[in-house]
Design a protein around this ligand. Structure first.
Ligand code: AMP
Length: 213
């Protein structure tokens, strides 16, 4: 089963990816996490992506598509996968479709996490994440441990550079300009299911599972 999780920055894609991937026994693949891991580790890929990420812009399509194709060719992705944050442009959606068609596969579900735009800035700027395992907290809604040490893996809890006001606001604009057309693209194909992403994560997860059944 191949699932694409779409939605604006701050809709909760990262929060839903782990539980859903476990439920459907497929691997969760977040392009944002892969870029951040490389950025933190100072790899050539991370250095190439850094300026785009820190400004809230998309990393160029060719680099992103190569990264995803490489990840999808790994043994743990052969059973299916949940893609979080990819595709984000129509070009990426078309490349994904071509790549999967070569393997006799297709995207089975495209799930859109829908949320009013006015909610998003507060969600993004209050978000804190673990540098090691990518677990997510929010200063108001689910505060992190006071010592900013992850209670799951012991990693450092920090604010992503692109969750500051300026980059976060850019990311929302980029979403409207470049990723909203991807939503329309999947809608035209009849693959899109829309789920309201307000409310506690467990409720959103239930709504997603219901939409897929
Ligand atoms: P995310 O963690 O999904 O919010 O992604 C963080 C940042 O990584 C984005 O703002 C982009 O700079 C980059 N990124 C993640 N996924 C993609 C993608 N599919 N295409 C281009 N850039 C991406």
């Amino acid at each position: 089963m191949i699932i694409v999780l779409l939605g604006p920055p701050g809709a909760g894609k990262g929060t839903q990816t782990g539980p859903l991937a476990r439920k459907y026994q497929i691997v969760g693949i977040s392009t944002g996490d892969i870029f951040r891991f490389n950025l933190n580790a100072g790899t050539p890929l991370g250095l190439e992506a850094k300026n785009f990420m820190n400004q809230g812009l998309l990393v160029p399509d060719d680099l992103t598509c190569r990264l995803v194709e490489d990840r999808l060719s790994q043994p743990d992705a052969q059973n299916g996968c949940l893609l979080d944050g990819f595709p984000r442009t129509v070009y990426q959606a078309e490349e994904l479709e071509k790549y999967l068609a070569k393997k006799g596969q297709k995207v089975d579900y495209c799930l859109l996490l829908d949320i009013p735009e006015k909610e998003l800035m507060a969600r993004l700027t209050g978000r804190r994440v673990c540098r090691s395992c990518a677990a997510v907290w929010h200063l108001t809604f689910s505060p992190p441990p006071a010592n900013l040490v992850c209670d799951r893996c012991g990693g450092e809890i920090y604010q992503r550079d692109d969750d500051g006001e300026v980059a976060a606001s850019n990311r929302l604009k980029v979403y409207q300009a470049q990723t909203q057309p991807v939503v329309d693209w999947y809608k035209a194909k009849g693959t899109l299911k829309t789920v309201t992403a307000l409310g506690p994560p467990a409720e959103v997860e239930k709504a997603i599972i219901k939409a897929m059944s």
